[in-house]
Ligand binder design. Structure first.
Ligand code: ADP
Ligand code: MG
Length: 238
């Protein structure tokens, strides 16, 4: 079970209070979307779940286990970033398997997991190409492949589609939803795009200035927003 649970989570950068007490339960297998304006703390929250930032106060548990002394690589989470820094000199196949190679996994296992991920992401014909010979969407798929081969229980996506053009974003949305169905993993997905949130989420978390304004299904937020901020955010796609 890979439910993610935050209790009274705060983050302070020096004197700057960025996350101001967040309580949240993301259920096992749920597709949870964090939305909110730029600078409200979405990435910081995700990085704390990934273990890339310490929590100033409060607690975080994944699968019922407290994460205080668990490092990023032991959490069963994999993060996909907006800027998918692929290794330019390596092939697609090598890029996908690189993380596993670094942790000393056997070659056969790397090959098997890479093949599964490539099939899932329709990258099979591209495995011997270099990143420079790929489109933006194909590169983003390679970045997602790198996460899949680690077999995480929780995927963390930080605005993974924001560098893609509109048509490709629509296509990738569908592909990510399909991936979620296939893998049945818990996914936490950050975006500032209301349409992405409304179409992909089981649960939407609306954030503003380091606090949760509302949590609910897309329909709940649309029909029963708690306040004008949520109504404005969900009701007026940019
Ligand atoms: P979002 O992803 O919602 O745009 P972030 O989580 O990136 O927001 O940032 C939230 C706030 O925290 C911003 O004011 C940002 O400048 C600040 N911040 C983020 N990381 C750091 C850091 N390492 N040091 C200081 N301030 C930071
Ligand atoms: Mg961000």
């Amino acid at each position: 079970m890979a439910d993610v649970s935050l209790r009274g989570v705060k983050k302070q950068f020096g004197a700057l209070s960025v996350i101001k007490g967040v309580d949240l339960d993301v259920k096992d297998g749920e597709f949870c979307v964090f939305v909110g304006p730029s600078g409200c703390g979405k990435s910081t929250l995700l990085r704390m779940i990934a273990g890339l930032e310490d929590i100033t106060a409060g607690s975080l548990a994944i699968g019922g286990q407290d994460m205080t002394s668990i490092g990023p690589s032991e959490r069963g989470v994999a993060m996909v970033f907006q800027s998918y820094a692929l290794y330019p000199h390596m092939t697609v196949e090598e890029n996908i398997g690189f993380g596993l190679k670094m942790t000393g996994q056997p070659k056969a296992l790397i090959a098997e997991r890479t093949a599964v991920a490539a099939k899932m992401l329709q990258l099979e014909p591209l495995l011997q190409r270099k990143p420079g010979q790929l489109s933006g969407g194909q590169r983003q798929r390679v970045a997602i492949g790198r996460a899949i081969v680690r077999n995480p229980e929780v995927f963390l996506f930080d605005e993974p589609l924001s560098n893609l053009d509109a048509a490709l974003r629509v296509q990738m949305r569908t592909e990510l939803s399909k991936l979620h169905q296939d893998l049945k993993a818990t996914m936490i997905y950050v975006t500032h795009d209301q349409v992405e949130a409304m179409t992909m989420a089981d649960k939407i978390v609306v954030l503003s200035a380091g606090k949760i304004e509302q949590v609910g299904s897309p329909l709940e937020l649309y029909h029963r927003p708690n306040n004008l901020f949520v109504a404005g955010f969900i009701g007026s796609p940019k």
